[in-house]
Design a protein around this ligand. Structure first.
Ligand code: PMP
Length: 413
């Protein structure tokens, strides 16, 4: 198939530099081709504007003030919470806790559930997890004497469902699973895993960090107890994220940090605590981050998500096909359904060197272990290069990636 036989419409026509100002610049004298959205999405203008407006006009501390700016800041902060609630279809804003990011959300759950684990209990994760959904469970197991079990990854990058079902036993207490692998792009059939785990009575925790920007999320229809994600992977700012928890599950978590805002009354020796979500949000929150995240939600809601999803899937097919066509490129986890990202190696060339040469061509990809070292160990590679897609990417971006890869191979091998 020739490239031009496979014309893929961009997710959004004429989106590029008008909406994402970072794309207006050149890198090393070349047009910026940003293929690193899985690490962090570029920020669209409406999000930048919302943060700037908040910072320049409305900034004050939330919840405790009676003056106009504080009331405005509080309204914006709580509006953002409502936007997030709507975005994931949670039943109530009490189920939406703002955190620093997916990492903090997952630590909050692992620490909290870890306090209830008994020696011999089992926590199931997959061998595909980002360290953020692996190390906190290792820590929880080390503290409690529980045992960590792993759903194996097949050669094609998919998870082994039958092996998972064999792991389920009366000892199993928690399933903590990624919805989309950041390292390989594998789209995990999350409904199947959550449903099986629920039938077996497990608490279910979903790491949605790589999923939220790429399709609708409905935590109620998914039926999970907890769902974690980060603002910056869905076109919002860094330093803000979300822990969704089904009310009863979230309310049963122990306190996270003590301080202002999470209390009801305090004496010199005792305290009583606020209701959700405040009881898990001690201290002054990241107000501008929340405002930016709310704007990111509205930005995504303003798009035709079905059309965008279709266009992203087509571009993903094009990217995979373009990489697989080259005999000197090896896609890791070839064959797995993927969302947003694909990992590959050029045999005999270190991924870091590939990334450095690509940067000279203005092409930004991520290289390394992608905070998923066990995935690298599973596939016997020290590192991979990962190209990942955002709304602004086009077929021309993929073609430039391939041209830059060919130049890198020429230079490095
Ligand atoms: N889970 C997955 C699948 C991720 O891709 C990431 C970020 N790379 C995280 C968790 C952690 O997100 P953050 O660093 O924003 O807390």
């Amino acid at each position: 198939m020739k490239r031009d036989e496979h014309l893929v419409a961009p997710a959004l026509p004429a989106l590029a530099a008008d909406v994402f100002p970072a794309l207006a610049q050149q890198v090393h004298g070349q047009r910026l081709v940003y293929l690193d959205g899985a690490a962090s999405k570029l920020m669209p203008q409406p999000v930048i504007d919302a943060i700037r407006d908040y910072q320049s006009r409305d900034h004050a501390n939330v919840h405790r003030g009676v003056h106009t700016l504080s009331e405005r800041a509080t309204a914006l902060f709580e509006d953002a919470r409502e936007s997030v609630r709507r975005f994931v279809n949670a039943a109530s804003v009490q189920e939406i806790v703002f955190t620093r990011g997916a990492t903090e959300s997952l630590n909050m759950v692992a620490r909290g559930l870890g306090e209830r684990l008994q020696p011999g209990d089992e926590v199931i994760v997959s061998a595909l997890e980002h360290h953020a959904n692996l190390v906190p469970w290792q820590m929880a197991c080390a503290r409690s004497g529980a045992v960590l079990r792993h759903i194996p990854v097949r050669d094609d990058g998919t998870l082994d469902g039958p092996a998972f079902e064999k792991l389920l036993s009366p000892r199993s207490k928690v399933l903590a699973l990624t919805q989309v692998s950041n390292a390989l792009g594998t789209a995990v059939p999350i409904r199947y895993f959550v449903a099986k785990a629920r039938q077996a009575g497990l608490i279910t925790v979903v790491d949605g960090a790589q999923a939220v920007a790429h399709g609708p999320v409905d935590v109620r229809s998914l039926g999970c107890d907890f769902y974690a994600f980060s603002g910056h992977k869905m076109y919002g700012p860094t330093g803000i994220g979300v822990l969704y928890g089904r009310f009863e599950a979230l309310d049963a978590l122990p306190l996270w940090q003590g301080g202002g805002d999470m209390i009801e009354t305090v004496t010199l020796h005792t305290a009583t605590y606020a209701a959700l979500p405040s009881r898990l949000e001690a201290g002054t929150p990241n107000i501008s981050g929340a405002v930016g995240l709310g704007a990111a939600v509205r930005f995504l809601e303003s798009l035709d998500r079905d059309r965008v999803g279709q266009a992203e899937a087509q571009l993903m097919d094009y990217l995979e096909a373009s990489l697989e066509r080259e005999p000197w490129i090896r896609v890791i986890g070839q064959g797995a359904p993927k969302i947003g990202a694909v990992s590959f190696v050029i045999d005999g060339v270190h991924a870091h060197d590939v990334g450095t040469v690509l940067d000279q061509f203005g092409v930004a990809v991520r290289v390394g272990h992608h905070c998923a070292m066990p995935v690298m160990q599973r596939f016997g590679v020290p590192a991979t290069a990962r190209a990942s897609l955002s709304l602004h990417n086009t077929q021309a971006d993929v073609d430039e990636l391939l041209a830059a890869l060919a130049a890198a191979k020429e230079r490095l091998s």
